[in-house]
Write a protein that binds this ligand. Structure first.
Ligand code: IYR
Length: 230
């Protein structure tokens, strides 16, 4: 007998889920190919000003928003900025914070750790990249009478969504980098966000400059990042 396409559990509808099934060999091939492809992703700081259509950005954000989240609250807002005046304002405000960070907030050890990556307080990509996506996390949501409803596992949820966004950007042949001006509350003001939203990550999105250069980093081997209990 064919199983039903939905059942009720404690009064809530559950629809049948069908995973795509692959043979063991096919799964191995796919897992290798996906790793090889994602391993080509790099954080890029040299952007081209070549435009990227809003349709692509819409699709990237919808992909990020498929992420799992605490109690399926999807506690995020992605603000996508292409307006040049606003990008300039964001760059100016970010560089003020970054100057303070690089000159006073970072210890010597932290600065030494960043040296090989070639980062500094100057953030030209905030104006050059055609889009800036700023991920805001929603610590709570407002109920019908304006009361606060806390969300759950907000950092985990938005972190996963940003990871999926980064993969979607790579998949579209575009590049990004996880920019973390700190503190980020200037973004709440500049983008006019409500009091329940906090900026989490700023991702410039665009094509890489030609040529673009990235630091010669190596990724850790499996035995450095995994422990197996078989
Ligand atoms: N927020 C600064 C500094 C910075 C910090 C880390 I940790 C990095 O991996 C890279 C940069 C910036 O965005 O430049």
């Amino acid at each position: 007998m064919k199983s039903p396409d939905h059942i009720m559990i404690k009064g809530y509808k559950h629809v049948s889920f069908e995973a795509e099934l692959f043979s063991e060999q096919e799964s191995i091939k796919k897992s290798i190919a996906f790793h090889d492809w994602l391993d080509k992703r790099r954080s890029v700081r040299d952007f081209s000003d070549r435009p990227v259509s809003k349709q692509i950005i819409d699709n990237l954000i919808m992909t990020a928003s498929t992420a799992p989240s605490g109690a399926h609250k999807q506690p995020w807002t992605f603000c996508a900025v292409s307006n040049p005046t606003l990008k300039t304002e964001i760059r100016k405000a970010a560089e003020i914070e970054e100057k303070e960070t690089y000159e006073h907030r970072m210890g010597e050890r932290w600065k030494k750790d960043l040296e090989p990556l070639g980062t500094d307080m100057h953030k030209p990509f905030l104006e050059i990249a055609p889009w800036l996506i700023i991920a805001f996390k929603k610590a709570y949501t407002f109920g019908e009478n304006g009361e606060k409803h806390n969300n759950y596992y907000v950092n985990e949820s938005i972190g996963i969504a940003c990871g999926m966004l980064i993969s979607a950007i790579h998949n579209a042949g575009l590049v990004t980098l996880t920019h973390t001006p700190s503190p980020m509350n200037f973004l709440t003001k500049l983008l006019n966000r409500p009091s329940n939203e906090r900026a989490f990550l700023l991702l410039p999105v665009g094509y890489p400059k030609n040529p673009a250069y990235v630091p010669d980093i190596k990724r850790k081997q499996l035995d450095e990042v995994a422990v197996f209990y078989e």
